[in-house]
Design a protein around this ligand. Structure first.
Ligand SMILES: Cc1cc2nc3c(=O)[nH]c(=O)nc-3n(C[C@H](O)[C@H](O)[C@H](O)COP(=O)(O)OP(=O)(O)OC[C@H]3O[C@@H](n4cnc5c(N)ncnc54)[C@H](O)[C@@H]3O)c2cc1C
Length: 468
């Protein structure tokens, strides 16, 4: 057995940040990852960051504060974030963004922004790298590599932690499975930084009660940390904060499926010409609803969170591209060939192909067409033309979720809590293992996963190093 000061389970966003901070502070760190390389979700994520009161903002003359950020999070999440953890996060996040910048982060020149793809903030506090999340990984990589080379961080790729070791009520280390068999490591502190469970369809369904439609997650996001913590008496929370997007076109119905493309649904980018209907063949939201959160909320309430974009041949021919980069012929070519693209000579035939009640779809389209000059019952303003000219087309879209809502219950010091709400000695958790529901609540709040993962990682790494 090997003795370390600190064991970090997972060398992703938060684990790398913690290892750097602890290693620089002089701790003997064991950084374990099931994958053959470090980086975790940074290999697949977009990597949008947020933080209020950053040096970037000051350079742009923006006067912003963590308190204003917290107010915005409360507004966007409709009051469903955890105020304690989110309050801690917004205090630490500007420091994490500054740290990245000081160490060479390649900031995209258009930043800071109010928002992108999610409900915008009231201030410009949103940042991304020129190479998306890989820009974050490049900085972490450059900081961590010398610490590993110098023997200050003991990085072990291909080491999957399978259990937490206990002495009495205290967690004292981990059991690890690797190519040479099994071994045990002990340390004064163990941090769970193993990410979410969105690559584990069974666990996803068990926790959220929903089907995992898309396989967008990092493949090692298996929920191992969640399960190991439960095995030593910890508990999960936040499943009620499940959230999903306005959707993507998947490759097929063999869930979880790869994403084929994303139709443009942002009215600020493209006016909708089509209608969108649920599995009952009914419209359920104004297709030009300006709030992304309102669109997402509406779809979340629909059966199976599936919608169909319905249009006719004239719209296909004349409207601006519905799918960025695709021509009308690209869509026509898939109709009848791809399970998510449908064409038919009549509305009834289209309804049969997308498996919605024909009378309902007929009524929906008739009501939409008859009322183009009147007040739309859902409040839609933009209605360029009726849906009236065969062929009729539909594209099936699934709401997708790339994050894990439920996570490990911790206190403000990130100490894992047991069923009675008492800290389990020696055990901490951070990053997405805390659940996206704590910091985003029932919404997608820009940058509220990657940035807290970095910020909590740095803070905890520094704090648990014996020198501090
Ligand atoms: C497609 C996509 C886009 C996203 N875009 C954004 C965005 O724009 N902004 C934002 O804020 N967030 C975004 N996120 C979420 C964000 O990137 C993640 O929440 C965050 O990076 C997670 O960091 P982490 O350290 O908790 O986990 P990860 O970075 O996932 O790291 C966990 C590590 O633990 C390892 N591991 C797992 N189990 C074990 C085990 N048993 N033993 C050892 N190692 C193990 C894994 O291999 C992995 O390396 C996105 C996520 C996805 C999937």
């Amino acid at each position: 057995m090997t003795q370390h000061d600190l064991i970090i389970v997972g060398a992703g966003t938060s684990g790398m940040a913690a290892a750097i901070a602890a290693g620089e502070a002089g701790a003997r760190v064991a950084l374990l990852d099931a994958a053959p390389e470090w980086g975790g979700t940074l290999h697949v994520a977009s990597g949008w960051l947020s933080g209020a009161g950053t040096a970037i903002q000051r350079a742009h003359g923006i006067d912003d504060t963590p308190a204003a950020h917290l107010d915005d999070l409360m507004r966007i999440s409709k009051g469903t974030i955890d105020p304690v953890l989110a309050g801690k996060a917004v205090q630490l996040m500007p420091g994490a963004v500054d740290w990245l910048m000081e160490r060479g982060f390649a900031l995209a020149p258009e930043c800071p922004l109010y928002g992108f793809n999610h409900e915008p903030y009231t201030e410009r506090r949103y940042y991304v790298g020129t190479d998306w999340a890989r820009s974050i990984l490049a900085v972490l990589d450059a900081q961590l590599r010398p610490l590993v080379d110098a023997g200050r961080v003991d990085f072990r790729p291909g080491h999957r932690v399978t259990a937490l070791l206990r002495e009495g009520s205290r967690v004292v280390g981990v059991r690890v499975s690797h190519a040479d068999g099994e071994s045990e490591l002990t340390a004064a502190h163990t941090i769970i930084a193993s990410g979410g469970y969105n690559a584990n369809p069974e666990l996803f369904e068990r926790i959220s009660g929903r089907t995992l439609y898309a396989d967008d997650a990092y493949r090692r996001s298996q929920g191992d940390g969640h399960l190991m913590v439960q095995a030593v008496g910890g508990r999960l929370r936040g499943a009620e904060n499940f959230w999903s997007s306005f959707g993507a076109v998947l490759d097929g119905y063999d869930y979880p499926s790869a994403t084929l493309c994303r139709p443009e649904h942002r009215p600020e980018v493209r006016d909708p010409w089509e209608i969108t209907v649920n599995r009952r063949g009914e419209r359920f939201v104004a297709e030009d609803e300006p709030s992304v959160d309102a669109r997402e909320s509406a779809l979340l309430a629909q059966p199976e969170q599936i919608r169909h974009i319905v249009f006719d041949e004239a719209i296909l021919r004349d409207a601006p591209p519905l799918i960025p980069g695709w021509t009308a012929d690209d869509i026509r070519a898939r109709c009848g060939q791809h399970p998510m693209f449908h064409s038919a000579a009549t509305i009834d035939e289209l309804a049969a192909k997308i498996d919605v009640p024909a009378d309902s779809l007929r009524d929906t389209i008739a009501a939409y067409n008859e009322n183009l000059d009147g007040e739309d019952p859902l409040g839609r303003i933009v209605r360029p033309r009726p849906i009236a000219q065969a062929a009729y087309h539909a594209i099936t879209v699934h709401a997708t979720s790339v994050t894990s809502a439920a996570g490990i219950a911790v206190d403000e010091q990130l100490r894992v809590l047991d069923g009675d709400g008492e800290p389990i000695e020696g055990l901490y958790a951070m990053g997405e293992s805390l659940g996206s529901g704590m910091l985003q609540g029932q919404a997608f709040c820009g940058g509220m996963l990657a940035t807290p993962a970095l910020a909590f990682g740095m803070a905890l790494g520094r704090e648990l190093a014996p020198a501090s």
